[in-house]
Design a protein around this ligand. Sequence first.
Ligand SMILES: [Zn+2]
Length: 725
Amino acid sequence: MNRLAWICLMSGLLPARLMAAGAPSAPTIVGNADNRIALQSGTSAPAVLWLAHARQPAWHGVGADALIEHATVDGDRIALHWQWDPAASRHGKHSASFVYADRSAGLRLYWEWRAAAQHGPIEHVIRIENLGRHEVWLPLQSSLHFAWQVPPAQALQQLWIDKGAGEPPPVGTHLASVTDGYHWRGESSTFAHPQKGEPREIIPWLLLRNAGANAGGWYAGVEFSGRVAMTLARHGETLDGTIGLNPEPGPFRTRLLPGATFATPTVFVGASNGDVDDTGNTLRRWVRQVLNDPATLRNPDYPVVTVNSWGSAMAITEARAHRMIDDAQRLGFEMFHLDAGWFRAVGDWHANLEKFPHGVAALSDYAHRHGLKFGLWVDWAQAGTSKEKGALDIADPRVRDWLVTDPPPGWKPAEFKGITIDLGVPAAQAWATTETNRIVRDYHVDMLEHDGYVVAQGCDRSDHPHAPIVPAHTRRYSDDEFLWVDSANSTDVSLHATRAYYAIQNTLRRRHPGLLLEICNDGGRMVDFGSAAHGDYFSIVDSYDPLSNRQAFYDASHVLPPAMLETYVFAWPTPRIENFRYMLRSGMMGWFTVMIDTNSWTVQQHAAAAREIAFYKSTLRPLIRSADLYHVGPRPDGKGWDGTEYFDAAGDKGVLYAFHGSVAAPADFRFRLRGLRRDGRYRLHFRDDSASDRVMRGSELMQTGVAVSLPLANSSELVMIERLQ
Ligand SMILES: [Zn+2]
């Protein structure tokens, strides 16, 4: 469809039935218990007719989907004329695949929808297959182009969430009014590094809802870590936008060899009922069921209580690690995580024998003998200057060709950062596959963390599978001690490298059952639904004080399962034991990692930590794994009050995490709880005895709330909630 026709359709000039081009076929309805979507296979393009939640009015689509209109075959740009192929198309109750073909270009397109679970959103992907004998270059096919008809008077809001990245963003969780003329755009990539003053990267997801407490809505997210973008605009009676690979800087093009298939990033779409947390609870359950690794979820120790060596930074040694492991065992930790500082050099992933004279495997065995799992930091896609055998050396001509760009003269790696190799090059992918498997096998690793800029999103090589740069529109620069290339090919580079990265992660999981994969990526920079499907947990922010940890958790927990959300607890001033518990608990709402040499703790702190860790394992972790989560306080600001509630409706129990920041007044705060039975009677137990146990009605707890009293600044309480039978 050309631009003008699209604008006409968007303006509502044509009735909906004409918009699926050609003679409309009967709608196909695909869905599950929560969502149904009606699809129509027009003769030249398919269309979404409506999306509906079981208990909400439908969102009505206008216009057919926007399929690519041209391709370049053997150097000639040709117009595409897609024709529906009814014989090849398939549909059932839970999935549909509409097939379109362009015979002159030798291309076949699959427009696919699938409800993978009984509840939650429906997934969508477009695949384009090259059936011919010629190399084809495709322009950008979006994953989804949506256009809903909305009454002009309808008050609408958009919710979106920023990534934590280096430090929590000022807003983080955005709720904006979507009025006529509204235009929004969000981006996500494999390494968020926005420049000062630029908008932050988002967790690639948006929710559009009717304004009001209990109103219907619609949401979509992207299951891809590479460069993607989402837009949303409201004009007249239409709400529309595009989700998929990022067209900027562009123009995007990607090579499709004979026999090969291009697939758009998979998106998921769902209508929602209830408020933001109701939507989030459905989505988080769906992420666990459809995207997370079932083997990880079956492990009762997930999320694993972890102590990490970065409290000593690069000064970590074998002797110090032994002392940390000894203490970790006494405290009840379950994993010792050796962070950067153990290797010979960047790209040379062998033990520095001056610091670790017995090697990494011996340290892992030491941890195992103390009942701990062993986790290891590696920045395995970075090349350096080591000449040792097996090292990724930029002077090696083969390695040099994998680099995303040539280093400037005299370049030296930073302490733990080198130059990223382009995993989209098959030989580089093969090297990384072999190397990561060697590391896991030879070093007896239970958890492999990857850090840094692992997945390229820009590359200036002309002999790689991706499109070449456009020299006049290419920017090379250094940021965060990494070398970057931005050009027209950036999204295509990112597409190839991300697919290769996923294959590497999948191979690790297949070859090492039970292996855990942490996505750190310099902290909070690769938090998305694609990595949720290829790793077990994320570092969600790269600053580690209690406020940063709670802010990043508050934001990301709107859309991702809390067990995946790791916050690192770093040394922080804790003159009183209440402050110490506040520090620990600020990192205990999801995956809990302590990044402190715990030998520095006092006897009193040791006792408090051991008690909190035991409680996390026995009581909090089962809730974090599967209970519903509610944001029952404001976003943390470090001064006032904030809180998070978990409630498991099946087990009839939950917990309220209450935090009181640095400003001592007011000493009391009332949290209105969620997810309870109105007529139920609930016993409340205040773990630190800030109040005596009491029994309250569900209706009262949800309407007037539970008052928590914490007169001390930087203190906390855990209120246990249990329904009386
Ligand atoms: Zn490349």
